[in-house]
Ligand binder design. Structure first.
Ligand SMILES: [Zn+2]
Ligand SMILES: [Zn+2]
Length: 348
């Protein structure tokens, strides 16, 4: 099969012919029809993820059609159109037994713990627990951007943040994950404040449902500005970028008993940021994380997409070919795209 491969971290990405994959007895092989390019792929290529073994094929947000099924798979068959959350659970550890597959003790992640979806075919493990059948109404390109950024945001806003209509929600960083969160919080009836450093990105954030925006590169005090716009602080605030500054601001701009959700990955120098713990104590703030979402929670999200309440396809900036990844992936840190790039051409 054709696949995008790198042989060393931060080294060249090349389109190569590699051996076709075979499924584990509990897994499947999926022919990839569309796959999203995510900043986590960039983090992996940079060497920020200790799970990755070289040489490596990245890619973890995907839609496709099952072409081969392991002997123990009961609920899926060849020809099924599916997607998958980027964290795949084992189904048997204590976390999975408690319904929290997104933090499985033995989790597998396509594009990290094994080869991913920047290829014609990808293997997915423990298919009965992790695969999600796609409704006809949802296109491949839409489905391809759900598995990482969109589900993580859905879980952050709905399951962790428990956002309600009328609440103020602050979203720091308007990349794919931030824009997803803005759309989801808006659909729930919240008033969303978008914070970013690019006016163009903030314009898109407004189109997707942000009621107010703050350009952090022009603001003398982001925290005070958000507190002013929200009449005392956000009820729920997300760090959707993953940096020392956005994390601190997201905690500091909360109102009393507000919730901070860490959604952006914290890597490198940003792993252990300063947090205003004095405010956490005095104001009874909550600090939560969001790490993917269980496959069984997809139905709630897919229903909202089918009804048009959520329109993830609006986050897609443009579609590209497999080979384009060799240029686009290393540039993910430059934030030159204001939406999500999706690979839907596997011939080039
Ligand atoms: Zn597990
Ligand atoms: Zn991702």
């Amino acid at each position: 099969m054709r696949a995008i491969v790198y042989e060393r971290f931060q080294g060249p990405l090349t389109l190569q012919n590699v051996v076709d994959p075979t499924p584990k007895h509990h897994g499947v092989v999926v022919k990839v029809t569309a796959t999203g390019l995510c900043r986590s792929d960039w983090h992996g290529w940079m060497g920020h993820d200790t799970d990755i073994e070289l040489p490596h094929v990245p890619g973890h947000e995907l839609a496709g059609i099952i072409v081969e099924v392991g002997k123990d798979v009961k609920n899926f068959k060849v020809g099924d159109r599916v997607t998958v959350p980027f964290v795949c659970g084992c189904g048997t550890c204590p976390q999975c037994h408690s319904g929290n597959h997104q933090v499985c003790d033995n989790q597998t992640q396509p594009g990290f713990t094994h080869w991913g979806s920047f290829a014609e075919y990808v293997t997915l493990d423990h298919a009965d627990i992790n695969l999600v059948k796609l409704p006809e109404e949802i296109m491949d390109i839409t489905a391809a951007i759900l598995g990482c950024r969109f589900v993580t945001s859905f879980r952050a806003v709905v399951d962790q943040g428990k956002v309600q209509g009328g609440q103020f929600v602050a979203v720091h960083g308007c990349g794919g994950v931030g824009l997803s969160a803005i759309m989801i919080a808006n659909a729930l009836g919240a008033q969303v404040i978008a914070i970013d450093i690019h006016d163009e990105t903030l314009k898109l954030a407004s189109e997707l449902g942000a009621t107010k925006t703050v350009n952090a590169s022009k603001s003398s005090n982001v925290v005070e500005e958000v507190r002013g716009l929200t009449h005392g602080g956000a009820h729920v605030s997300l760090d959707a970028l993953g940096s020392q500054v956005t994390c601190f601001n997201s905690v500091a701009n909360l109102r009393k008993r507000g919730k901070h959700i860490q959604v952006g990955l914290m890597t490198g120098d940003h792993q252990h940021p300063k947090v205003p713990m004095d405010k956490v104590l005095a104001n009874e703030l909550e600090i939560l994380g969001s790490h993917g979402m269980q496959a069984f929670r997809y139905s709630a999200m897919l229903e909202m997409i089918k009804e048009g309440k959520l329109q993830p396809e609006k986050l897609v900036e443009r579609t590209i070919s497999l080979e384009d990844i060799t240029i686009e992936l290393p540039n993910m840190d430059k934030f030159s795209n204001k939406g999500i790039l999706v690979i839907d051409d596997f011939e080039r």
